[in-house]
Structure formats: structure tokens, C-alpha cells
Design a protein around this ligand. Structure first.
Ligand SMILES: C[S@@+](CC[C@H](N)C(=O)[O-])C[C@H]1O[C@@H](n2cnc3c(N)ncnc32)[C@H](O)[C@@H]1O
Length: 207
């Protein structure tokens, strides 16, 4: 007997993804994303890199916060997501179809690297490399913020697009950030279903 397995790419439908993402944030997505940008230290004039940007909601908001003197770049492997993101965001936002493990902005060119609900989608073997690239990309004092679903979410943790997230472990991400060279690593809760870990690139002072 031939068993046919239908595989649907959940990231091929950005509008559908947006709908489910609103549910994950319990209708407070914009407020949660705004507080993520606060935690990541994003200010007017800054440059922000969003890894696994999906439909670009966080990237677009980063663009608003950075204002005309700053900019935000969203990186995602899904062309459909990138097309959608580019159609929704402001003029100071740019989107690139690329893998987070391959994309490298110039060293020291970015004030904040953010990644929301994407880290556990990145290939596990490449996650340390992605954090090291983030470290190189950031200016001294710049921050990285990795946001994920909290574990033990039952159905939500197993739902479409959440493959791999059910078993996520934020302390593993915290250790990986420390291994990549980040300091002041701290776990932050953004709501009942979502938490993240923030770290800073140390500023070395001579003397
Ligand atoms: C759950 S979505 C999160 C989207 C968005 N960050 C948000 O807050 O809604 C995960 C995204 O990661 C992207 N992705 C998966 N593997 C990736 C990789 N290696 N590099 C860049 N993006 C990747 C997927 O295409 C998808 O758009």
C-alpha cells in the first residue's frame, strides 16, 4: 500500500500565518512586539536586523521606531513571506530572501538583532553560528533578542508551523547566547505564551 503524505508549507501563506500569530499573542501582538523592541534597546536612528522575519510585522514596527534616520532589515527563507512583508512595511524597511545562517550584515553595523518565533525553525546545527554572526553584526553595546513560545503549550505547541517549538527551552538559548560571547543574558516574559532571552555585546573599555 502506498501512503501518500501531503506536505503543506505553513510559511507559504503569510495571511494565514498572521491570523494564527494574532492568536498566539492573544490579541496583544502589537503591544508585545513593541515591548520586545524596548527590551532590545531599539531607538530612533537605529539599525535593526530581524532574523526569520516572516510576514515582517516586527520588522515593520522596528522601522516605525527607528524612524527616517534609521532602518530595519528582515531576513527570511520564504519568498512568499518576504514579498508579503515588503508590501506591508515602511520605506525604511528592506527584506531579503536568505537563510539566517548565511546572511551577514557588515560587522558592527547593527544596533539590535531580533528574532521572534523563528530560532527553533533554524537548523539546529546552524544555531550557534547564527548567534555568532549576530554578535559580529552588532556594534559594541548592541543587543540580541530571541523570542520563543513557552514550552508545554499543549495543542498550540504542536500546531501548524510550530514544529519543534513544543520542546523549546529558553535556558538552552540563554546558554547559547553566553557561548556566542553575549553578556547580561536575561530571560524576559512577554505574555502567557511567549518569552525571550536578551543579551548584550560587551563594550570593552581600555585601561
Ligand atoms: C514562526 S515564523 C515567525 C515569523 C515572525 N518572526 C513572527 O514574529 O511572526 C518563522 C519564520 O522563520 C523562517 N525561517 C525558517 N528557517 C529559516 C532560516 N534558516 N533562515 C531564515 N528564516 C527562516 C520561516 O520561513 C518563517 O517565516
Amino acid at each position: 500500500m502506498v501512503v501518500k503524505r501531503w506536505v503543506v508549507d505553513p510559511y507559504a501563506y503569510p495571511e494565514v500565518y498572521r491570523f494564527f500569530s494574532a492568536a498566539v499573542f492573544l490579541g496583544r501582538r502589537r503591544r508585545c512586539y513593541r515591548s520586545m523592541l524596548d527590551v532590545a534597546g531599539v531607538r530612533p536612528g537605529h539599525a535593526v536586523l530581524d532574523l526569520g522575519c516572516g510576514p515582517g510585522i516586527l520588522t515593520a514596527l522596528a522601522g516605525e521606531v527607528c524612524g527616517p534616520g534609521g532602518h530595519a532589515v528582515g531576513v527570511d527563507t520564504s519568498p512568499a513571506m518576504v514579498r508579503h512583508a515588503a508590501s506591508q512595511a515602511g520605506a525604511n524597511c528592506r527584506f531579503v530572501v536568505a537563510a539566517a545562517e548565511e546572511y551577514q550584515a557588515p560587522a558592527g553595523s547593527v544596533d539590535a538583532v531580533v528574532s521572534c518565533l523563528a530560532y527553533y525553525d533554524f537548523p539546529s546545527a546552524h544555531r550557534p553560528e547564527i548567534l555568532k554572526r549576530a554578535f559580529t553584526t552588532l556594534r559594541p553595546g548592541g543587543k540580541v533578542l530571541i523570542v520563543e513560545l513557552r514550552p508545554n503549550l499543549g495543542y498550540l505547541g504542536r500546531g501548524p508551523g510550530a514544529v519543534g517549538l513544543a520542546a523549546n527551552n529558553i535556558s538552552t538559548v540563554a546558554m547559547a547566547l553566553a557561548d556566542a560571547g553575549f553578556g547580561e543574558v536575561e530571560v524576559i516574559r512577554f505574555g502567557p505564551l511567549v518569552h525571550g532571552v536578551v543579551g548584550s555585546k560587551p563594550v570593552f573599555r581600555g585601561g
